[in-house]
Design a protein around this ligand. Structure first.
Ligand code: MTE
Length: 320
């Protein structure tokens, strides 16, 4: 494993494209062009979103000030990590190919009764609110985002988990027809779909937000529409986008990045400036759109809300 040679999110050796897939590159490019055509021909635009009337939602006064200016919307929606649509930060146009209606979410596992709910049915049953959160990527950049969403805690209540539910596991769509990163090619060997997980206690923490909007509107597709998670005290890779399944489980889920490179991306991934990533420091972060680098804070500045979740867990790798 040539980890030392890698920068940022570059591929570990185990995931480098096998030769036969490389030879298929031409086919892959034709397929990508097809996905783009779909975007221009029939892909619904964010303005056509049937939930448009629910925004803007009321700002929660407890999260009205993240201690720094809000990142301009245009920077946020055009600088993304969304590997389903490619490895670059500029996946904004490719992500437009994702159909977001109809959109169902399966809720299953250790629950009183499994269910499948349409996104608009969920939106009718929850209380949307706006919260301004800091968003810190493991790659040492950050933004300040006015999210709209509802607490993960309220979804846990709706799901009625049994006493056996120790973790919550989230799963993203797997749609190679529209998601170029999931087609045979450079990322085709990733263990799709994207998976992430938290403990049931973390899921019930008031900070954990299921996000359906940003900047007073439905979420842009590049940012995870129609529904994503945001866990502001953890590195951004935990905040899974395009969720289609939420499972209450007994065993600790293995996230996609953990499955790819467990020595670098763990289950807990809590922000800590004193614990370096194996390949770079986490002491500071570039605040996108400001040209500034600021010191990173423990739990991304949210210790008062979440530090108690980790009492007694000091033996765990809490910060990777
Ligand atoms: N969710 C899915 N399904 N696919 C991804 O590639 N990237 C993660 C996370 N959620 C990712 C994902 C990473 S690494 C980060 S930093 C954040 O999304 C980025 O969110 P943003 O693009 O809205 O800033």
């Amino acid at each position: 494993m040539l980890i030392k040679k890698l920068k940022g999110w570059e591929l570990p050796e185990s995931l480098v494209t096998p030769e036969h897939m490389f030879l298929n590159r031409r086919k892959f490019m034709v397929a990508s062009a097809g996905a783009l055509a779909l975007l221009t021909a029939g892909g619904a635009r964010a303005e056509d979103d049937p939930s448009m009337g629910l925004y803007p939602a009321k700002l929660n006064a407890a999260f009205a000030d993240a201690g720094a200016p809000i990142t301009p919307e245009d920077i946020n929606k055009k600088y993304n990590n969304y590997y389903e649509f490619g490895t670059s930060k500029q996946i904004f146009e490719a992500a437009e190919a994702l159909p977001i209606r109809p959109w169902s979410i399966v809720i299953d596992g250790e629950v009183e009764a499994p269910m499948t709910l349409g996104i608009d049915d969920i939106l009718k049953r929850v209380q949307l609110e706006e919260r301004i959160y800091r968003h810190r990527c493991v790659e040492a950049w950050s933004m300040v985002v006015p999210w709209t969403g509802f607490t993960l805690k309220s979804l846990v209540e709706m799901a009625r988990p049994t006493a056996d539910a120790k973790y919550v596991r989230f799963e993203t769509f797997n749609l190679p027809d529209v998601a170029v990163g999931q087609q045979p090619g450079l990322l085709g060997s990733y263990p799709w779909p994207y998976i992430e997980g938290v403990t049931i206690e973390e899921a019930k923490n008031d900070l954990a937000l299921l996000v359906t909007g940003a900047y007073g509107k439905p979420l842009p597709k590049s940012m995870g529409s129609p529904i994503r998670l945001h866990l502001p005290w953890k590195y951004g890779f935990k905040s899974i986008k395009g969720i289609v399944k939420i499972s209450f489980v007994k065993e600790r889920p293995i996230g996609m990045w953990e499955a790819i490179q467990a020595s670098e991306y763990g289950f807990w991934a809590n922000v800590n400036p004193e614990v370096s990533h194996p390949r770079w420091s986490q002491a500071s972060e570039e605040v996108l759109g400001t040209g500034e680098r600021i010191p990173t804070k423990l739990f991304n500045g949210y210790s008062e809300f979440v530090a108690s979740l980790y009492t007694g867990l000091e033996a765990e790798a809490l910060y990777m």
